[in-house]
Design a protein around this ligand. Structure first.
Ligand code: ASP
Length: 324
């Protein structure tokens, strides 16, 4: 009896302690894991919101790049991290497609993460090295079909957005190309600029400045309407592939079990970041915009992630694409 009472007192103390801890949160810097290389599009979105959320939370948010295996190495690290609010995870659509693409994953994408909120939907662009011969998208499609053994297509690994876009492209035009995987599209862009690889499908958050500086060729944007920051670039539909549409949504997560008061603080800091004028204008320059406030919530991201897992799993299984 005495023992039970002592245990009861102890659990009250522990509960009280963690509630107080959650109230004080954050008392030290927070790490935001990005599962792709520094300088790439996912990293760019992460750094934008990390800075603003850090100001709201009055603690620095440090971005850590944990690239490899299409984003699944970073995801594994987050799934195993302590759920105390000091590890966050910024990923994209690849979090929903990895469960079908990888036979062995050390985590469950739906159950091992606590969703904080959606962040932004980013269009993609078809780009190529500056001296790539085709003048427009129709010529590009013909060129690719006629030279499928020679043309190389960069991506950020199986399950990355660039990989999914490339898969969709190859299956639409019925040509298999040689794909070149990188740890992110930042190093892939370096090789595209250097002419070591021919083409890539990547987010506007990575391609816009190179397109505007005429350092790479752009063929089309993967949205139903043109992107305001690239008004002269046709949609892929206009340019020759009707209904060729790919959008890359980004979400922010914490490890499963992160306390509710901490999650609440993180969700409101994310919402504040997405309202901030500098975040909005930088996103607009990069061809995107923050999601509406009601999408930057745990409920919206949870529902979206589940819907995307359910949407992509049968498509990927039918295509028979797997990674170990
Ligand atoms: N854009 C990359 C992708 O294809 C990822 C990155 O480097 O951020 O998924």
């Amino acid at each position: 009896m005495m023992l039970k009472f002592a245990q009861f007192l102890m659990s009250l103390t522990i509960l009280g302690w963690s509630a107080a801890n959650a109230q004080d949160y954050p008392t030290r810097p927070i790490t935001m894991i990005v599962p792709f290389s520094a300088g790439g599009p996912t990293d760019t979105v992460a750094r934008l919101i990390a800075q603003s959320m850090g100001t709201t939370l009055k603690q620095q948010i440090v971005v850590e790049n944990v690239p490899g295996a299409g984003g699944t190495i970073g995801a594994t690290k987050v799934a195993k991290a302590k759920p105390d609010g000091y590890t966050l995870f910024l990923h994209h659509i690849g979090h929903a497609t990895a469960p079908a693409l990888y036979r062995k994953l050390a985590y469950n994408a739906l159950e091992d993460f606590e969703p904080i909120g959606l962040v932004t939907d980013v269009p993609m662009t078809f780009v190529a090295k500056s001296n790539f011969a085709p003048k427009d998208f129709k010529e590009l499609i013909n060129h690719v079909k006629a030279n499928k053994d020679k043309v190389t297509l960069a991506n950020a690994g199986v399950g990355s957005a660039s990989h999914l876009c490339g898969l969709l492209f190859m299956s639409t035009i019925e040509a298999d190309l040689t794909t070149v995987p990188y740890k992110g599209t930042s190093p892939a862009m370096t090789d595209l600029l250097g002419g070591q690889v021919d083409m890539m499908c990547d987010q506007t958050t990575n391609t816009t400045s190179q397109i505007k500086a005429n350092k790479i060729k752009v063929y089309c944007v993967t949205t139903p309407k043109r992107v305001p920051s690239l008004p002269d670039v046709p949609t892929c539909g206009e340019a020759g592939l009707p209904k060729f549409e790919v959008g890359v949504w980004h979400g922010l997560y914490a490890p499963k079990g992160t306390p509710k008061p901490v999650m609440d603080k993180l969700a409101s800091a994310l919402q504040a970041a997405l309202k901030e004028a500098t975040v909005k204008s930088r996103m607009a320059e990069l061809g995107t915009e923050p999601v509406a406030q009601d999408k930057a919530t745990p409920e919206a991201l949870r529902a979206h992630l589940k819907a995307e897992v359910d949407k992509w799993s049968p498509i990927i299984k039918k295509a028979g694409v797997y990674a170990d």
